[in-house]
Design a protein around this ligand. Structure first.
Ligand code: UDP
Ligand code: MG
Length: 253
């Protein structure tokens, strides 16, 4: 895809009521986008009509690409597959339940001129008190242990230059640490306020307590990674074989 091209990566698991309206909102938001666009839905083993609805929408809009896991592997896996498959120069991720507003995309992507990653910070977050509270605790603890300052890592709405994510190897749960893991690799990370909407259809896929426990435990793995990261590229030189070596070795035979 040419420069200015955009891949929107959307992990979806049993979002049959949401994928249709989301596709419409994406079309409207990107109607005047100057470059090529793909809507890459990663169906994480849905057991409802999500896949059927996406296939139908794809007949009318060839910009839709669908990848699918035969069984549910989790949001990290779905995002990882999307990162590897995305063809656009810019990659935007957002939730498939309409909680992120596609209208934010044209505002975030141009910021990639100055940054490698642009992370949304959900303002006036439309979630339960318990969910907001557990997020605040998790973000605080995560930043303290990993020595970082990411305000809202749980906001899926983020924009990336493709080179940041196309070779990332993700382990289960690591989608919660992407800004820290990318900063560690030397990428420039910006954070901007974005709008947030309530989930109107379908159910959350997470038990808040279980997610918090997993998120807090995973912090130690990320701390270890950060501590042991080797930025070898900064000092790497490849010593090329001199061009005449082959000639000389032939001469000596
Ligand atoms: N999701 C997914 N696989 C999962 C769990 C969630 O692809 O195993 C998707 C889900 O369909 C949604 C996004 O990840 O598009 C965020 O999930 P959810 O809205 O349930 O999270 P919450 O908003 O409750 O934090
Ligand atoms: Mg949601």
């Amino acid at each position: 895809m040419e420069s200015g091209s955009l891949s929107v990566v959307i992990p979806v698991y049993n979002e049959e009521e949401n994928v249709g309206p989301l596709h419409e909102q994406l079309q409207a938001a990107l109607a005047n986008w100057p470059g090529e666009v793909e809507f890459l839905f990663v169906d994480d083993g849905s057991t409802d009509a999500t896949l059927e609805i996406l296939k139908r929408a794809q007949m009318a809009d060839p910009r839709i690409r669908i990848a699918r896991f035969r069984r549910n592997l989790g949001q990290t896996a779905a995002m990882g597959a999307g990162f590897h498959l995305a063809k656009g120069h810019a990659v935007v991720t957002l939730d498939g339940d309409l909680q992120n507003d596609p209208a934010e995309i044209p505002r975030l992507v141009p910021m990639l001129a100055d940054y490698d990653v642009v992370c949304g910070i959900r303002t006036r977050r439309q979630d339960t008190w318990w969910k907001r509270r557990s997020s605040r605790i998790a973000n605080g603890f995560r930043n303290w242990v990993t020595k970082d300052d990411i305000v809202d890592t749980g906001c899926t709405l983020k924009a990336y230059r493709r080179e940041c994510v196309e070779r990332l190897e993700l382990y289960n749960g690591m989608h919660r640490f992407l800004p820290t893991l990318l900063r560690m690799r030397g990428f420039r990370v910006a954070q901007v306020p974005v709008s947030h909407r309530p989930r109107r259809a379908g159910k959350t896929k997470y038990d808040t307590w279980r997610r918090m426990k997993k998120g807090l435990a995973d912090v130690w793995a990320v701390r270890w990674m950060k501590k042991n990261w080797i930025p070898y590229e900064a000092v790497l030189e490849v010593v090329e074989t001199p061009e005449n070596v082959e000639v000389r070795s032939q001469e000596s035979v």
